[in-house]
Design a binder for this molecule. Sequence first.
Ligand SMILES: [Fe+2]
Length: 278
Amino acid sequence: MRVGLISDLHIDINKDYPIVELTAETAAEQMTDVLVIAGDISETQNQTLQAIERLQSLCEFPVYYVPGNHDMWNKNCPECTTEEIDRIYREDLRCLSGKPVILEKDGRQLALVGDVGWYDYSMASPEYSRDVLDGMMMDGRTWQDKLYNQWTEDNQKQMFLCLKQLEKQLKDCGSLPVLAITHMLPVKDFCVPEKPDGIKWGFFNAFLGSTALEELYKKYPVRYAVCGHVHYRSTVERDGIRHICPCLGYHTEWPLYHLADDRAQTHIRDALYILETS
Ligand SMILES: [Fe+2]
């Protein structure tokens, strides 16, 4: 089975490019059997839902997704609670949150499980206390989830709930091989290294994911794990699990990849990961 994986389309920030159309075209070109988006489609719920609907209308294969932290923001709907926004996605048929999907091709099955995921500070540098991390602010920079997501009132609790929901999905899949999709990172390997950009990444890595996701995956037949969020394209293989981070990211970040050109199509082709499952 050929599974097309991509994340962080950010169609609002990348509004000058036909991201949805090019993603559908590139996935078809790659003869994918299914396309999965690991979150951060836009910052507005209606826009995200419409983009998924449009993507599905352009593709002859099924499209699934999990929301990212940007999709969960109430920036453009201040009266919406995070619980209400979460419910909007859970009720959407194409969203994997809360409901695993079993794919089948040539007599072989693959289970997709998914959730936005969350963070519990396990990826932060140990010098920061939980109280300091709860503030989600350092050197005048505020992690934007703090402003637009009520789950940030208790990140540890949200991570606990996410693990519980994912574990239920994993149990429902029995012994089938699993592709697990979250927006947040399950492995530290994809964290941002300290660099001379003036940002204390040892602090902000706290809000990228949780190592508890990797520990959970190891208890079940998870063969592949996909995430987004960090806007670096990367893969790593450990303990029999291939971890994939297939981010498109913001157009302003594309020059950092030093590809032959910075056309949207070039970057979508580079970001789209074709997972050939056995
Ligand atoms: Fe993103």
